[in-house]
Design a protein around this ligand. Structure first.
Ligand code: FAD
Length: 411
């Protein structure tokens, strides 16, 4: 039976898009080559980042650029082999990060992220997923008073401009809040609004279950088989073709592979990230960013998950977990970590755009084709809000926020 909409990609973004459409009565097929939530949306730090009103800009100070170029910190690494392809896109990222260009980008981003908690809440309640969520915020911990002061000043500005809430903890208060820490640190910034999830892949799976309960179809197929047919779109699955009037590309880091052959040259790239779990130590109550080292420690169902910053590499290039090794050493300075759970670290790809905003809207040259990808560092946060915006546009309803800043035509 034909569907109304094919959603390609069952990560957080595609699953939420499919669910938002199914909630409105559309017949939706959610297409993936794997089970829902097994790729990037599985391996992230699990933080629903209400505080992330300003997306990650490329550093503008030359000292920071040199740190990246000479791989001085833990937070950035790159493969030389990826540079010819990625450097022109990074140049555009750097350009977009200049203060005057960045200000409207952050404003647009903040308007979407403002809805992340309310939209997740609706889907969590319907999916019976509250057992996976902790609504107690997230910590940025600091080793030096200078770094803490700088972060506190920024947090005060964000509170004033965007209303995101925080509290400051001195070293003693932090030690009380997180008794597992083995070192007295300078203190912490406690973002009060964010939520954290103990198993990010499981949350996507719950949303997918809810989608099925509403009559949605999970389909195993290769999205690369997508082709236009008679005013609609079709994918090939084992049992034959499946067609629909609309198709949504929600393939996260793999979106470029599908849309480039259709003639779209969007400035997309990936920032790879690694994770590994450590089980059996004293543990943590809340996820924490070790801001001066550039790693996150997140308490998960599987143990403490250490996640790393950005690695510029091709998707599928061999893993080079040098950042994870350094992150593990830095983490052991502040927390007792028993041996790792997995023999090999997990690696995933944050789907990024040169101007830091996701692409949400119609494909400019193909009627019935829609884009919803490029959510970079906050796709786990943004899935439900982004899916709602996509559903508004497909339905032809007045969108709940202005979609213009996310249009694919902006590039
Ligand atoms: C280390 C790390 C930490 C992070 N921490 C956070 C965080 O704390 N909070 C946050 O909000 N975000 C975080 N992120 C970012 C977030 O994980 C991503 O933005 C988000 O998962 C992207 O979701 P997606 O649905 O677009 O992509 P994905 O989850 O990758 O989904 C894409 C789907 O497309 C499918 N697919 C691809 N090609 C094909 C094909 N040819 N045929 C069929 N199916 C196909 C894949 O199987 C996959 O299921 C983090 C990312 C990393 C790497």
């Amino acid at each position: 039976m034909p569907a109304d909409v094919l959603v390609l990609g069952a990560g957080m973004v595609g699953t939420c898009t499919a669910l938002q459409l199914a909630r409105r009565g559309y017949a939706v097929a959610l297409v993936d080559r794997r089970a829902p939530g097994r790729e990037t949306s599985y391996g992230n730090a699990g933080i629903i980042q209400r505080e992330a009103v300003e997306p990650y800009a490329f550093p503008r100070e030359w000292s920071a650029v040199f740190d990246v170029a000479f791989k001085r910190g833990i937070d950035v690494n790159y493969h030389f082999s990826a540079l010819p392809e990625v450097l022109p896109r990074l140049a555009r990222y750097w350009h977009a990060s200049a203060p005057a260009r960045y200000a409207p980008i952050a404003l647009a981003y903040s308007r979407l992220i403002a809805h992340c908690l309310t939209e997740h809440e609706v889907l969590m309640a319907e999916s019976g997923a509250h057992d996976l969520v902790r609504k107690e915020g997230y910590l940025n911990v600091f080793r030096t008073p200078a770094a803490m002061q700088e972060a506190a000043a920024r947090a005060a500005r964000l509170a004033k401009e965007y209303g995101v809430r925080h509290a400051l903890l001195d070293g003693e208060a932090l030690a009380r809040a997180e008794p597992g820490l083995r070192q007295r640190l300078a203190g912490a910034l406690h973002w009060l609004d964010p939520w954290s999830v103990s198993d990010p892949g499981a949350l996507v799976a719950r949303y997918a279950k809810r989608f099925e309960a509403l009559g949605g179809q999970l389909v195993e197929a290769d999205a690369a088989s997508l082709r236009p047919v008679g005013g609609g779109w079709e994918v090939r699955m084992a049992g034959g073709p499946l067609s629909a009037r609309h198709a949504v590309v929600a393939l996260g880091p793999w979106a470029d592979a599908l849309i480039a052959p259709l003639g779209y040259r969007l400035p997309l790239f990936v920032k790879r990230g690694y994770h590994r779990h450590y089980r059996g130590g004293p543990g943590l109550n809340l996820p924490m960013l070790d801001a001066e080292r550039g790693l996150v420690l997140a308490p998960m169902a599987q143990g403490i998950r250490i996640t790393t910053g950005a690695e510029f590499a091709r998707i599928g290039a061999p893993a080079t977990p040098v950042q994870l090794a350094k992150a593990e050493a830095a983490a052991r300075e502040i927390l007792d970590l028993p041996s790792p759970v997995e023999a090999e670290p997990w690696v995933g790809n944050r789907p990024c755009t040169a101007d830091m905003k996701p692409v949400i809207g119609p494909a400019p040259n193909h009627p019935g084709l829609w884009f919803n990808f490029g959510h970079a560092h906050q796709g786990f946060t943004l899935g439900p809000a982004s899916g709602r915006l996509m559903a508004d546009m497909i339905e032809g309803r007045a969108p709940f926020i202005d979609p213009t800043p996310y249009s694919a035509s902006r590039f």
